[in-house]
Design a binder for this molecule. Structure first.
Ligand SMILES: Nc1nc2c(ncn2[C@@H]2O[C@H](COP(=O)(O)OP(=O)(O)O[C@H]3O[C@H](CO)[C@@H](O)[C@H](O)[C@@H]3O)[C@@H](O)[C@H]2O)c(=O)[nH]1
Ligand SMILES: [Mg+2]
Length: 266
């Protein structure tokens, strides 16, 4: 059976997550789904035994591959490389660390049959990720989401769990896509030539807890995100509008902070 759908997983030092992710993913897809699906890890030369782990799974019959990059690093560029190498028409990106449940992948693929772009969302009724987060994290998260609002209707534009129909990626000018950007889903949502009348598929999922390995994203992500937003605002609206947007958002952010913290007025 021809490969119709591909799951791309950027991975850096994720050896211990490779087997559980692969077995859970193909179990969730079932026999028929598994026959038409490939799984591709894009590893940045972790040298932690990830390659050997994938080879073991291949011997067990899983359609899984690993691309090892030795000359490049970075989450977004790894995802784009995986999309380039993929054979499926439907593409999904998910993290290696099981924070994105493999069991939600078939639902995301289903959504991609009728939507050019679909995104896993942690902000849907009954999901709720941030109830246990400290206040400062909730403020940062809601401010970051608000700032992406003019670029996309996605309820969770920060999500790293998303998918798209490959033809829309092929229709984009590769030079337009910033592979260094921090949020690859937001980048693609803002820049791909998606049809005007298309809706975005939204698939609620519960963001899990990483139990193996460590998060690779550091404190500088906030700066990287602001840089990316600046570029996307310029790309979409031009420089003049950018200034207006920055001003509007500064006011909105102050208002949101004030509502949450009551630090200017009660
Ligand atoms: N190849 C490659 N993979 C990378 C790199 N950096 C991170 N990854 C992989 O990218 C995935 C996400 O990295 P984490 O380190 O687990 O990130 P996180 O802090 O959990 O952030 C995730 O959640 C955010 C939402 O809170 C998402 O916004 C973000 O995109 C990511 O999915 C993991 O599979 C990790 O191995 C890199 O430089 N190269
Ligand atoms: Mg993670």
């Amino acid at each position: 059976m021809a490969i119709e759908q591909s799951v791309i997983v950027p991975a850096y030092k994720e050896k211990l997550n490779i087997k559980p992710l692969t077995t859970r993913l193909f179990a969730a897809l079932g026999n028929e789904g598994s026959r038409k699906t490939e799984l591709i890890f894009v590893d940045d030369n972790s040298q932690d035994g990830s390659v050997e782990e994938v080879e073991k799974l291949q011997k067990q019959g899983y359609n899984v591959n690993i691309i090892v990059r030795t000359d490049e690093r970075g989450l977004s560029s790894a995802v784009l490389r995986g999309f380039q190498e993929a054979h499926g028409e439907l593409l999904i990106c998910m993290d290696a660390d099981l924070q994105h449940p493999p069991e939600s992948v078939p639902i995301l693929f289903e959504s991609l049959k009728t939507h050019p772009f679909a995104i896993g969302t942690r902000y849907a009724p009954g999901v709720g990720i941030d109830k246990d987060w400290p206040l400062y994290r909730r403020v940062i998260s809601s401010t970051a989401r608000m700032m992406a609002r003019p670029l996309t209707t996605a309820s969770d534009p920060m999500s790293g769990f998303f998918g798209l129909q490959k033809k829309y990626l092929l229709a984009a000018n590769p030079a337009d896509i910033n592979s260094q950007g921090f949020k690859i889903a937001l980048e693609l949502l803002a820049k791909l030539p998606l049809p005007e009348d298309s809706t975005l598929g939204e698939v609620p999922f519960s963001f899990g807890v990483r139990t193996e390995g460590e998060s690779k994203l550091s404190g500088k992500v906030i700066i990287q995100y602001l840089e990316q937003l600046k570029e996307l605002y310029s790309y979409k609206f031009g420089l003049g509008n950018l200034l207006i947007f920055v001003l509007c958002w500064a006011i909105l952010v102050l208002y949101a902070l004030n509502k949450m913290l009551g630090f200017i007025w009660a």
